[in-house]
Design a protein around this ligand. Structure first.
Ligand code: MGD
Ligand code: MGD
Ligand code: SF4
Ligand code: MO
Length: 853
């Protein structure tokens, strides 16, 4: 239901106020904003969900006489409570962008690659569908695995369950999302430690907060909640320390910025563990009752088990090795002899390992003074209040008001999983997990299979080699790998040669590193791109299908939970700027019909969403949204009126359903302080390599993935071994006013938003002076992977040994105007050494030299 002006006035009870406000009101608060929209003859205020970035803020779109006039934050949203950002407001131009693709296009120039004009020919929708369906039918009859589906942003538009269902019905396993070029190492560390991923700091109750490169004042996936909550918490006395090589906006707003050398956070975190243990800041009760830290570990790194395969601890009461059951009292420290062999507890193994990672040692590696590391560790330990409890709503809860946050800062490294594991080690030591003021887990132990040993499959089934011998532990799609497999499928043992690719809201030839190889690879398959603009990937497509913008679509939208709320939300159409007949979901339905898999597709949707759609016909996206709403027990009308349906969580749901319910006490599974399931992976890989004569997998460094505990060696990524004349570390980051590569053509963001016309190489003034480089000079930035030209920007807010180049810039699509081509894309020069555990791309491990051009 759209809210008319009259309805709105009635509902808000603000009729009297409006007359007084008049029509000159500046929208400073959300209430005034709505009032203003109404006063200015607003016909409709349509609630929906933003997707100008992946924060999914609740929005209300004011439409006046059929034209979008303004976008406001939806105050009903428990996530952004009426706030939003400039990107979200510029969403108007996403719909009205003159550069949008408006009709299906067919390539007439067979040559593909940068600078090759596709010589597009407009074709009808029917012709486009016919061409695509003919190809698909051929592949389906031959070997459906030859079809690859890529999506990135698309997951957040229509939701990835739909493309997955479509591809499942088609018969290909090759649906590849982008998580390994995004943040996957963080997820993988979570999954290895507590069986699922995603967490938030309990900022309402936190007193001491460490943020390792979570750039949420500029980017971030929980940004509109984190930025607000952090600032509120600081006003309430929370100390906020940001640790990262660059003075990001997040660091600029913190109490303290600690500039750390890129990719070396590991030793900072391990030195913190050392200090915490040495000074007795250890929550022994937490480690014993919730984690596997007391498990007995043999010299082979494996747990001691009984005849039934049960892991054993040292029972202090009976002085014998027993499973942690009944009234067994596990010892946390020490080494014990069982059947003539010596075993140490997992905690003991870790303790001994970190004892040589002193703050002084860490200083030499990460460049942060030992005194600073020591002080942070002591403050963290002290503020943790180990042993304290607090009563909330009648529940006695553990109280540990210290928390650690991160996003891509710790993840996008060759040893990203292990660095993120170290973040959990610090937190497990003080027992802040699911404690009041600590770190709140999302769905603890939802997938126990994350604790299983690696699959190591060969030959691989999927083009991204997920869970194969190449990425044995990768449970998420390995986005950057697809290109390499495409270039030489048989080299990876793939039993089929991919022939066709559909890229739905994904610009992989721009977003993954080593761009020349990505481009070379994606020339090969017959390619269909579904997008709103003609991106770099579209530039290489054979057919482009235009998509409606998010302000023109029905979607069951993804949402962001917070510590104390969760909600469901929709998108609903506000306009249809170019009278487009189909949105993404309609395209899927039409293709399914033409390939004869419509019923299978519907069956899978019903299974995934618990809907009850009858087979035999196509459904519209609105019908789909209505069906999901119904399955959730709410009417479509409700969602049309509010945009969302929310739930505020009880104290019990927040603090007692996670680790307390899943891991606490005897006889329960345990958080993995020690990841025994990683032990033996290297041997398994070596075995599969030998058995199959695999020659394109470098196993010289493979023992690094056998690590059940994070270790100091993980602070030395391969990329840092570059010759000494590559004297600077390169990092990349996002900017506030642009989102990934998809906002390149948004006129408001590119022209109007201050300072986002072009990117630059951030350099420390002192370093630049030594190299004779002045502010604004053109410089060449060279790595072992390539060379780019860019403009230098001299600042003091970056380490002298580090340079930073933001993402988003340097487009080359032949269909883009010159303004979108300004700046550079760092992915031309980033070296690829993927994390063997998670498959993560190491965006922040490359060394470069910078010289005046
Ligand atoms: N405005 C905007 N918002 C966005 C996006 C966008 O493109 N634009 N993209 C969205 C997406 S998909 C994502 S994944 C998130 C990403 O959100 P974040 O991960 O929060 O943002 P990035 O800028 O990618 O983060 C990289 C940060 O890590 C720091 N850093 C680099 N190397 C290191 C290191 O070795 N150690 C430490 N401690 N820090 C390091 C960089 O200085 C930078 O601040 O943002 C989302 N939100
Ligand atoms: N150097 C460097 N590289 C990076 C990053 C970095 O910080 N530095 N960030 C990384 C991260 S975190 C990520 S997640 C990846 C992202 O990488 P990808 O997922 O490969 O790329 P995006 O740029 O997000 O592509 C989104 C596409 O969706 C299209 N699109 C937008 N709206 C719509 C719509 O309504 N319908 C349709 N059909 N299409 C739409 C856009 O035009 C764009 O082409 O990039 C990674 N690459
Ligand atoms: S933070 Fe992202 S989702 Fe929220 S308003 Fe800004 S662009 Fe939209
Ligand atoms: Mo991302």
């Amino acid at each position: 239901m759209e809210i008319t002006r009259r309805d709105f006035l009635k509902k808000s009870g603000m009729v009297a106020g409006i007359a007084a406000l008049g029509s000159e009101v500046v929208p400073i608060s959300r209430v005034v904003s709505e009032v203003e929209a109404a006063v200015l003859g607003g016909e409709a205020m349509i609630p929906s969900t933003c997707v100008m970035c992946v924060n999914f803020c609740g929005i209300r779109v004011s439409r006046v006489n059929g034209v979008i006039r303004q976008i406001y934050g939806n105050p009903e949203s428990p996530y952004n409570v009426g706030h939003m950002c400039p990107k979200g407001q510029s969403g108007i131009y996403d719909a009205y962008n003159p550069y949008r693709v408006k009709a299906p296009l067919k390539r007439t120039n067979p040559n593909k690659g940068p600078g090759e004009d596709p010589k597009w020919k407009e074709i009808s929708w029917d012709e486009a569908f016919s061409i695509i369906a003919e190809k698909l039918n051929k592949i389906k009859n031959d070997d459906p695995r030859k079809l690859i589906w890529l999506h990135g942003h698309g997951k957040y538009l229509v939701q990835d369950k739909f493309p997955k269902a479509l591809m499942k019905a088609f018969g290909t396993p090759n649906v590849v999302h982008r998580t390994t070029i995004c943040e996957v190492a963080r997820h993988t560390a979570d999954e290895l430690t507590w069986g699922y991923h995603a967490f938030l700091p309990d900022l309402d109750n936190c007193k001491y907060f460490l943020n390792f490169g979570g750039n949420y004042m500029e980017a971030g996936q929980w940004a509109r909640w984190l930025d607000r909550k952090t600032l509120d918490a600081m006003e309430n006395g929370m100390k906020n320390i940001v640790i990262e090589p660059r003075l990001s906006n997040s660091a600029a707003k913190a109490d303290e910025w600690i500039p750390i050398k890129p990719a070396t956070d590991m030793v900072f975190l391990l030195a913190m563990c050392n200090e915490l243990i040495t000074n007795g800041y250890v929550d022994e009760e937490f480690l014993i009752t919730y984690t596997n830290a007391p498990n007995l570990v043999g010299s082979d790194g494996k747990f001691l088990r009984d005849g039934n395969g049960k892991e054993l601890v040292w029972d202090r009461t009976s002085s014998s090795a027993k499973p942690y059951e009944g009234d067994v009292e596990p010892a946390l420290t020490g080494s014990y002899t069982v059947d003539g062999k010596t075993y140490r507890t997992a905690f003991e193994v870790f303790r001994e390992e970190v004892m040589d990672v002193t703050p002084e040692y860490a200083e030499g590696v990460c460049g942060v003074p030992a005194d600073t590391i020591r002080r942070v560790a002591m403050e963290f330990g002290e503020e943790a209040n180990i042993g304290a409890t607090i009563v909330k709503d009648g529940h006695i809860l553990r109280y540990r008001p210290v928390s650690i946050y991160t996003f891509r800062g710790l993840s996008t490294h060759e040893y990203g999983t292990q660095i993120n594991r170290a973040r959990w080690m610090v937190q497990m030591l003080v027992g802040n997990v699911d404690a009041v003021g600590g770190v709140q887990l999302h769905s603890a132990y939802k997938k126990p299979e994350f604790f299983d040993v690696a699959k190591c499959e060969y030959p691989p089934n999927r083009v991204d080699l997920q869970e194969s011998v190449y990425f044995p532990q990768a449970r998420h799609n390995v986005a950057q790998q697809v290109a390499y497999t495409l270039l030489d499928p048989s080299a990876y043992g793939l039993e089929y040669e991919p022939e066709m690719l559909i890229a739905y809201a994904s610009n992989r030839v721009f977003s993954a590193p080593v761009l020349d190889q990505q481009i070379e690879a994606y020339k090969k398959p017959y390619t269909v791109v579904i997008d709103t603009i003609l991106t770099e990937h579209a530039d290489m497509a054979d057919i482009v299908l235009p998509n409606k913008s998010y302000l023109e679509c029905w979607h069951w939208a993804p949402t962001r939970f917070t510590v104390d709320t969760k909600h469901d939300a929709i998108r609903q159409p506000v306009v249809n700027t170019y009278n487009m007949p189909y949105q993404d979901f309609d395209i899927f339905m039409e293709l399914a019909k033409r390939v004869g898999i419509l019923d299978k597709f519907i069956e899978k949707i019903n299974k995934d969403w618990k809907t009850d759609l009858a087979p035999g016909r196509k459904y519209t996206a609105e019908e789909m949204v209505a069906a999901i709403a119904k399955a959730k027990g709410k009417s479509l009308e409700y969602f049309k009126e509010h945009g969302l349906s929310k739930k505020v969580l009880t104290t019990e749901e927040i603090y007692l359903k996670g680790v307390e319910a899943k891991f606490k006490g005897a006889g329960k599974p345990k958080m993995q302080f020690y990841c025994e399931n990683l032990v033996g992976t290297a041997e398994k890989v070596k075995q599969v390599v030998a058995e199959n004569n695999i020659t394109n997998l470098d196993i010289s460094n493979i023992d690094m993935i056998n690590a059940p505990l994070p270790k100091k060696e993980h602070a030395f990524p391969t990329g840092h071994e570059a010759p000494s004349d590559y004297d600077l570390y390169l990092i990349t980051y996002k900017r506030m006013y642009l989102n990934q590569s998809g906002t390149a053509l948004n006129p408001m963001l590119r022209h109007v938003a201050h300072d986002s016309d072009e990117n630059f190489v951030l350099m420390n003034k002192a370093t630049a002076a030594k190299k004779g480089i002045k502010d604004g000079d053109e410089v060449n930035v060279e790595s072992r992977a390539g060379k780019i030209k860019a403009r230098a920007k001299l600042i003091e807010g970056i380490r002298p040994d580090t340079v930073g180049i933001s993402y988003h810039y340097g487009h080359w699509s032949t269909s883009m105007p010159d303004y979108a081509k300004k700046g550079v894309n760092p992915n031309w020069i980033i070296e690829l050494h993927s994390d063997m555990i998670s498959g993560m791309t190491n965006f922040n491990d490359t060394k470069v030299k910078v010289v005046k051009a």
